[in-house]
Design a binder for this molecule. Structure first.
Ligand code: C2E
Ligand code: MG
Ligand code: MG
Length: 465
């Protein structure tokens, strides 16, 4: 026989009660002001059964608290003397025809003193996961019976009360979410006004020469804490709120300004790529913003866009990309392979570069299919006169394979993590002092690897904006 010890039984019932109380708290209903809808349900219950008192009662840790009450002045009663405490133990209507004749209640002050309860019927308020939060109950000063129809009506009404609770809970969750979203957007607005966004730059390496061919500008938010906030955590909200138009404009101007500064310092000429969100590309003011950032001297700024945006309104996008390239700006498709664009479709687009998504590069050395994909992308891209950048190159094995596959450039932690402007300048100065071996370009960047490790950003770890 599978005997359950009293101790086990006890700990199980404590756990069940804890679950019930947590469920009750999740509705945020305790100690809230009266609401007409719940008063109405109570009035209806009283009139259906014909009692002077009706309550929407919630059984808290040590009290019964009434969200709605008809014919009773008090807002709560102690839990241990209450009837609803018993009603929540089952799923059927709990009926006490005469409390003075029931051992469990005959001594209760609610029976012996005011309000001198004699009759009680309570339909438990049960959540979809089976927790009984309280009861919709009717009370009388005289002993009496309840008909099956009245019982049924009480149960139906209790389900309606519960549906209202559910509705409220969802509404609270929604408005809470909205409030924190608004707060996050305000914080991002403040970050822009206070100049807290910074650009880091990740080198892109020419795989044949081993030299830095260009850099990608990657935004971070410096909130003053020990780590910078990753763009993964705030770019989606910038896009959703439309703030990306302003922030994206700042990124382009800042990247161009930094480039001018490198030119002034006589550092090796670089191309600087900025990420452009679909929201920016769709914006009618985008070309003007880009032109303004380029300035009269036409800084060699490039843009990276994702595949998704190319699938919509193709003709319009083609015209826009034509105009962008006419400014001397190169266009790269970022994260290539993750979207649905076919290479045939790409042939129609005025673009310069494909950046193969990191997921293929990571899988390529382990999985023959992924290697075949990378290999095909590279040869087909070359057939279309596009250059190819491999993203997220982390190992020497990947680099060697990509070289064999004739990839043009690589970008990844193997060479360098994204660096602050100052760190990149140090790197560029060192590079001009080193003559890299064309055979093993990676070796020339061992210094760089150390340098890059100083400030690693945990993308996606900080979601507390
Ligand atoms: P992305 O444009 O594809 O940038 C490459 C991301 O991969 C960067 O993450 C970079 O730090 C990371 N990465 C580079 N090499 C490696 C590697 O070897 N291993 C691994 N695990 N990761 C590597 P980050 O900086 O967190 O940026 C994430 C994304 O945020 C970017 O992806 C881009 O889509 C977006 N983003 C960044 N800056 C901007 C911006 O100024 N504007 C817009 N619209 N989006 C931006
Ligand atoms: Mg990018
Ligand atoms: Mg990418």
């Amino acid at each position: 026989m599978n005997a359950i010890s009293p101790a086990t039984e006890n700990s199980e019932s404590i756990a069940a009660e804890l679950r019930r109380l947590l469920a009750l708290r999740s509705y945020d209903i305790l100690d809230t002001p009266p609401e007409e809808i719940f008063d109405e349900f109570a009035r209806l219950a009283a009139s259906v059964v014909g009692t002077p008192i009706a309550l929407v009662s919630l059984v808290d840790g040590n009290r019964q608290w009434f969200k709605a009450k008809v014919g009773l002045a008090v807002c709560e009663t102690p839990r241990d003397i209450g009837f609803c405490t018993h009603a929540i133990r089952g799923i059927d209507v709990f009926v006490i025809p005469d409390a003075l004749k029931d051992e469990r209640f005959m001594q209760s002050p609610l029976v012996t003193d005011d309000p001198k309860i004699r009759f009680y019927a309570g339909a438990p308020l049960v959540t979809s996961s089976g927790e009984a939060l309280g009861a919709l109950c009717v009370i009388d000063y005289v002993p009496r019976e309840i008909t099956p129809d009245q019982c049924n009506a009480l149960q139906i009404l209790s389900r309606h009360v519960m549906a209202q609770f559910e509705l409220r809970r969802r509404l609270v969750a929604l408005t809470r979410g909205d409030a924190s979203r608004q707060e996050a957007i305000r914080a991002l607005r403040g970050a822009l006004d206070r100049g807290e966004f910074v650009l880091h730059y990740q080198p892109q390496i020419d795989i044949r020469t081993g030299r830095i061919a260009g850099v990608e500008a990657l935004i971070r938010w410096d909130r003053g804490g020990p780590a910078l906030v990753s763009p993964v955590d705030f770019v989606p909200l910038l896009e959703e709120s439309g703030l990306i138009l302003e922030v994206g404009g700042w990124v382009m101007r800042q990247a161009a300004a930094d480039h001018r500064d490198w030119q002034r310092q006589g550092l090796s000429p670089l191309r600087v790529a900025v990420n452009v969100s679909p929201v920016q590309l769709r914006d009618p003011g985008f070309l003007a913003t880009l032109q303004q950032a380029l300035g009269s001297d036409g800084s060699p700024l490039d843009i990276e866009i994702t595949e998704g945006v190319l699938m919509e309104k193709t003709e319009e996008i083609i015209q826009k990309l034509d105009a962008i390239r006419a400014m001397g700006v190169h266009v790269a498709i970022d994260d290539f392979g993750t979207g649905y664009s076919s290479l045939r479709y790409l042939a129609r687009l005025p673009i310069d570069t494909l950046k193969i998504d990191r997921s293929f590069i990571t899988a390529m050395t382990e999985n023959a299919d992924d290697m075949a994909i990378v290999s095909s992308i590279i040869s087909l891209a070359h057939g279309l006169d596009l250059s190819v950048v491999a993203e997220g190159v982390e190992t020497e094995e990947e680099r060697k394979l990509l070289r064999l596959l004739r990839c043009d450039q690589i970008q990844g932690y193997l060479f360098s993590q994204p660096l602050s402007k100052g760190e990149l300048e140090t790197l560029l100065k060192r590079e001009s002092a080193i003559t890299p071996s064309p055979v093993e370009p990676g070796a020339a960047f061992s210094e760089r690897r150390l340098l890059g490790r100083r400030r690693i950003l945990g993308s996606g770890t900080s979601s507390d904006i």
